[in-house]
Design a protein around this ligand. Structure first.
Ligand code: ZN
Length: 203
């Protein structure tokens, strides 16, 4: 099982971090040890002073595929969920400045909390799904998949050129604007179309 996470897939988020809007998808990976399930608490690590939340729609791959054509990509995932792509922004800024890989900033233990997944069949259109993140009952992020630069199908086609997708893999599809820091004691609640699917604490 692997996690593939797409960077800069919402224009407003690319702008808020002063990143250029990409011409093709960019992605990185996280190992299985990044996953937190069942609303488990996230323990703030001591190697960072600036961990950011990024709420993202997550696809669950349901079929093995390589070089998947965009027109068939929708057959390769069966469930959607919401997850958090925790990012050590201070370490990421250093990695970016030095041209180093992002793994220590993105792929650490617990950096990918996942909520309950929903069947894809619950949604009429993949390009009109609302999602949100609340911290301590304040709304901090709202997104709609219509604002993605690359659609789910385009992402699957692109990623599968490089990586064989296997059953149970996850694709984090990018975060909308509004990212920010978490603090010990915060409670994060993430929803798709108003349905609460992920609810956990920072310890
Ligand atoms: Zn992200």
């Amino acid at each position: 099982m692997k996690i593939i996470a797409i960077g800069r897939n919402y224009i407003e988020h690319a702008k808020e971090l002063n990143n250029p809007v990409p011409k093709e998808p960019m992605f990185f990976t996280k190992p299985d040890t990044a996953i937190l399930r069942n609303n488990a608490a996230f323990y703030y690590p001591d190697f960072s002073k600036n961990i950011h939340y990024e709420a993202e729609i997550v696809l669950r791959i349901s079929k093995v595929g390589k070089n998947i054509e965009e027109k068939f990509a929708n057959r390769y995932y069966d469930q959607l969920g919401i997850g958090i792509d925790f990012t050590a922004r201070d370490l990421q800024d250093i990695c970016k400045a030095k041209g180093k890989p992002w793994e220590i900033a993105k792929a650490f233990d617990g950096s990918a909390p996942l909520g309950t997944f929903l069947s894809k069949s619950k949604f009429d259109k993949m390009d009109d799904i609302n999602f949100s993140l609340d911290i301590n009952d304040q709304r901090v992020q709202t997104g709609n998949t219509k604002d993605m630069i690359f659609s789910f199908d385009e992402l699957i086609a692109y990623v599968s050129k490089f990586f064989t997708l296997k059953i149970g893999d996850f694709i984090f599809t990018g975060t909308p604007a509004g990212v920010g820091a978490i603090n010990v004691g915060d409670r994060l609640k993430a929803s798709i179309e108003g349905e609460l699917l992920l609810d956990f604490e920072i310890k």
